[in-house]
Design a protein around this ligand. Structure first.
Ligand code: GLU
Length: 511
């Protein structure tokens, strides 16, 4: 198959792209890249009622942020455009005509109230071979009346004439051959004269053919549409170019059964959208992975494993590795629980492994947001700070909490540690420590550490007490990376001045 592989991600711009949609896009992309095929982004905007301004830009921005590359699309162009359905009306119109001329579709004039009446008269009413003969359509009305109605401007729809009692085979690469009897299908509306637009059903299928799609990879909620895909391909005479189908399992709630929803995210505190989204109608804001501080490579890695595994325990995989390893054979058919905590774990892994200089750049805006002028510090200083603390955080913004003392001297000292560590003799021991530090020529961690530890041993001081008091004075609390790495970075003057300040400021307990 290789370079004949052409897949499409076909979102409708009806709101922000859901994280499940992002996973669908990702699997399409991984498969296309692996096969050396093409990834197409088609905007399915034929439902003018549900169109939401900004949604298309959001889709493009989200995919770009995640590194899901598009070969053909509205922005990219390509040989099978336009890639936006609202710009393909003529194509759909001519295809509707083909079906009508071939007697495979018909025109129906039933008004909403007539349809309502039919539904209330017959239980489980379905517009199909068993009922179409009783309705107001071009199969039941004389041809001149049909013409007169259309000429008179009556609104109508075009329906597909589904042949009854046919076993329709859908070839799904995950589920095998799925057979559905055509009796469960209704005569789907393919086109509406009211807005001169096709429905999703017609546009989606015609475009898959015209864009030479080889594999339709999409969420399992679209499985019920697959038999119509097959029947329409047949009706148009395209059966020999039928795409293979892959209906991906649902993303499930983290804590139970049922489909993952935005409410789960609100309730448990995680985003279900890739980027922050402000609803243009209500102004309501939904959080996004990007703004919440996730790295795109962590989100990609996390999503890739929701419904697929590489066949072994490997968890950390770059986009290139995912492309190399991806296969439908290792996709699960069962729904994947959205274990959102795992997303934070992946973020932690990617931050820990990230090059220090890249992480330092990501940290600078966080410094600014905390009132620190990053420009006042050498780049190399910030780079070394992040290298010392990066394995302690899940998110870039959390770097501030674990490294603030590198940028601002403590003005407060954690009360519990003061109580425990700042004994009555500590100020004078700290005075002594200042003397020791001032005499050290090489203030690097490896040189300073043995000098200080030697002094503590010589004096017979308690190692833990002195080192913790030292840390309390410099950091403000008894936490953080290796003490002598901290002092190396802060330098001798800053270290000594912090100890002096602590001696001045920390009240000695009364004995
Ligand atoms: N426009 C549909 C959607 O919003 C596309 C479904 C499909 O991929 O066939 O997801």
């Amino acid at each position: 198959m290789s370079d004949n592989v052409r897949v499409r991600f076909a979102p409708s711009p009806t709101g922000p792209l859901h994280i499940g949609g992002v996973r669908t896009a990702l699997y399409n992309y991984l498969f296309a890249r692996q096969c050396g095929g093409k990834m197409i982004l088609r905007i399915e905007d034929t439902d003018s009622q549900r169109f939401v301004p900004g949604a298309e830009d959001y889709i493009n921005e989200a995919l770009a942020w995640l590194g899901i590359g598009i070969d053909e699309g509205v922005r990219e162009g390509g040989p099978y455009g336009p890639y936006k359905q609202s710009e393909r009306r003529d194509i759909y119109r001519s295809h509707v005509k083909l079906l009508l001329d071939a007697g495979k579709a018909y025109i129906a004039f039933d008004t909403p109230s007539e349809l309502e009446a039919a539904r209330s008269e017959r239980q489980n009413f379905q517009y199909d071979a068993s009922t179409r003969g009783t309705m107001r359509n071009s199969l039941t009305l004389p041809a001149d009346e049909v013409k007169a109605l259309i000429d008179g401007g009556a609104q109508y729809v075009v329906r597909f004439k589904v042949e009854p009692d046919r076993d329709v085979e859908v070839n799904d690469l995950l589920r095998g051959k799925v057979v559905i009897n055509s009796n469960v299908l209704d005569d789907k509306v393919l086109y509406k004269s009211a807005d001169d637009l096709p429905t999703y059903h017609l546009a989606n299928i015609v475009d898959d053919h015209l864009m030479k799609i080889s594999h339709v990879i999409r969420g399992e909620e679209w499985l019920p549409s697959a038999p119509l895909h097959v029947l329409l391909y047949e009706a148009f005479g395209w059966a020999d170019t039928m795409p293979a189908f892959v209906h991906l399992p649902l993303l499930l709630k983290p804590d139970g059964k049922g489909k993952l929803s935005k409410r789960d995210g609100d309730r448990l505190g995680f985003p279900v959208f890739p980027l922050l989204w402000t609803d243009p109608a209500t102004g309501a804001v939904s959080r996004g992975y990007r703004e919440d501080g996730y790295l795109p490579e962590a989100v990609v890695n996390f999503l890739a494993l929701l419904g697929w595994n590489p066949g072994d325990d490997t968890e950390i995989m770059s986009m290139d590795e995912l492309i190399a390893k991806f296969s439908f054979a290792h996709c699960s058919r069962a729904g994947a629980k959205f274990a959102y905590e795992k997303g934070a774990w992946f973020n932690h892994q990617y931050i820990s492994e990230m090059a220090d200089d890249r992480l330092a750049e990501l940290f600078k805006p966080v410094l600014a947001a905390n009132g620190v002028d990053a420009g006042a510090f050498a780049d190399d200083y910030i780079v070394r700070v992040v290298s010392l603390v990066k394995n302690r955080v899940n998110f870039v913004r959390e770097l501030w909490d674990v490294s603030r003392f590198f940028f601002v001297a403590p003005v407060e000292y954690e009360a519990k540690s003061v109580k425990k560590r700042w004994s009555a003799d500590m100020p004078s021991i700290m005075e002594e420590l200042i003397g020791v530090l001032e005499n050290i020529g090489d203030f690097s961690s490896s040189a300073a550490e043995p000098v200080v530890l030697g002094w503590i041993a010589d004096k017979g001081y308690h190692l833990g007490n002195v080192m913790n008091a030292f840390r309390l004075a410099v950091v403000g609390e008894c936490k953080g990376p290796h003490m002598f790495e901290i002092t190396e970075l802060l330098g001798k003057d800053e270290t000594v001045s912090r100890i002096r300040r602590a001696i001045r400021e920390i009240a000695v307990p009364e004995c």
